[in-house]
Structures are given as C-alpha cells and as structure tokens.
Design a protein around this ligand. Sequence first.
Ligand code: ZN
Length: 132
Amino acid sequence: MPVARELAIDFRNSEDAQQTGNLYLTTYDKNDRIKRAVGALVVCWLLGGILVFPIIPILHIFLAAILLITGPVLFAIRIKQEDIKHRAQGTCPTCKKNITLELDNSDPLPQWTHCPECHLSVQLVALAQQEV
Ligand SMILES: [Zn+2]
C-alpha cells in the first residue's frame, strides 16, 4: 500500500546559509512497485498491440513500435522506483520567502534547484525521516 510521508529537509544556498523545510513523497513497497510496473507494461503493450493493426493508417507504424518498446522501459523504471517526490516546502535561505518547489523524481537528494522567488540556486538536503 502506498504510504504518504513527510521528510525533514534543509534548504541551503551556495553561501552555506540554511533553512528547514519539508519534502512530501509517496513510498511504495515491493508489491506496489510490481503492480505499478506490470500495469504500465500491460497498458503499453495492449495499446501497442491494438495499434499494430492499421486503425490509424500512418500513425500505427510509429505508435505501435513506440508503445511496444516503452512498455518494458516503464516496467524497469517503475520496478526500481521506491518513492515519488511530490514537492518541497520551506523557506529560501537567500530571500527568506516561503517557497514550494516541484521536484524531478529522477534526481536523488541532495538536489540542486532554483528558488521561484529570487531565481537563485537552492540545495535540498535530507535530514531525518518522519511518518505523517
Ligand atoms: Zn529565494
């Protein structure tokens, strides 16, 4: 069962100033990862299998091949994906404004991003785990 969690993190800038914040994420156990991976594979291969037949004359050549290849790729990504980072909220260490950052799931923490208010670099560093 997916578990919504909140992780305490530090927001740091390049001059080592830091503020605290929270990272909101969803964690998947092994069974959930298998279900998500198989679901993605089945959907891609089902759509790819349907599009092998020339329902849409030109697109079926490209879409069938893309979907049949995308299925195993999504399976491999989702089977390894233990959590999905949704957003980070906290105070920017440079401009001291409260900010919310949408995060890229492919980058692990510590992660550099930009403050939406002052556009300067902010590093997100994990501290400790807390259940919500
Ligand atoms: Zn800022």
